[in-house]
Design a protein around this ligand. Structure first.
Ligand code: NAD
Length: 250
């Protein structure tokens, strides 16, 4: 049986860890040649073509995307997944921190997608998927900057979909709820009792557990595969029902 993404080349940013690593595996399992673009790609080289680049640097992104195109001769899929967190209310972060987070979580998507655009325009199966978050819609306490960045990801996704519809490039997003990744592991490890904190976090999820990175990857795989050929400018919530129930991961 032919795999869904046979012959296609995919870039996955932040593909060395967590959700991005699961996405890279899912796309490769369906036949894609995967290029991981990460500021710290260590570990990804074992299975994927790995390119070191910080998405907050236009020069590094341009060089890495050019290197992917040079190596594979095409780019069909871009998964803009690299992102960082930020804590606190609207007054908690100074201008430098606002600029840093927005440069990675929002402008990073513009940098990577623009660099890949000439290649996506030539692809018969072009698709972009952006990783947003439940923070985009939930009104999370103490996450003003992070929520602003992820809300921008959703509105940018719709605008990108509209701009590139006639060029045959689809653009969608995923909104993960709290997912079991090294990022969340680091947060739990900083608590006085990480095991108790994890149990409390799981109990706050509507389905009683954290979202798995593979579950997010499954939604991304659908959104970048030909199966979703009539779907663009929208997002899938992978959050155990949290948004549907109007709950917030406090
Ligand atoms: P993670 O920290 O486990 O992995 C993030 C990866 O992105 C790492 O490999 C890191 O090196 C890379 N990265 C970070 N900044 C980068 C930069 N400037 N340039 C290039 N690469 C960079 O995180 P994760 O939990 O897998 O999160 C991945 C995405 O999912 C992020 O966009 C995050 O906002 C989003 N998300 C995560 C959760 C969650 O609960 N884990 C929930 C909702 C959304």
């Amino acid at each position: 049986m032919t795999a869904q993404l046979d012959g296609l080349v995919a870039i996955v940013t932040g593909g060395a860890s967590g959700i991005g690593a699961a996405i890279a595996r899912a796309l490769a399992d369906e036949g894609a040649q995967v290029a991981v673009l990460d500021r710290d790609p260590s570990g990804a080289e074992e299975r994927f073509a790995a390119f070191a680049a910080d998405v907050s640097s236009r020069a590094e992104v341009d060089a890495a995307v050019a290197a992917v195109a040079e190596r594979f001769g095409r780019i069909d899929i871009v998964v803009n997944n690299a992102g960082i967190g930020a804590q606190g209310d609207i007054a908690a972060n100074d201008d430098d921190e606002w600029a840093r987070v927005l440069s990675i979580n929002v402008t990073g998507i513009a940098r990577v997608t623009s660099a890949a655009l000439p290649w996506l325009r030539q692809s018969p199966a072009a698709a972009v998927c952006n990783t947003s978050s439940i923070a985009a819609t939930a009104g999370l306490p103490q996450r003003a900057l992070y929520s602003a960045s992820k809300g921008a990801v959703l509105s940018m996704t719709r605008a990108m979909a509209a701009d590139h519809l006639r060029e045959g490039i689809r653009v969608n997003a995923v909104n993960p709820g709290t997912a079991d990744t090294p990022w969340i592991g680091r947060l739990l490890d900083s608590a006085p009792d990480p095991a108790a904190e994890r149990a409390a976090l799981e109990a706050r999820q509507p389905h009683g557990r954290l979202v798995s990175p593979e579950e997010v990857a499954g939604a991304v795989l659908y959104l970048v595969s030909p199966q979703s050929g009539s779907t663009t400018g929208t997002y899938i919530e992978v959050d155990g029902g949290m948004a549907a129930l109007r709950l917030r991961p406090a």
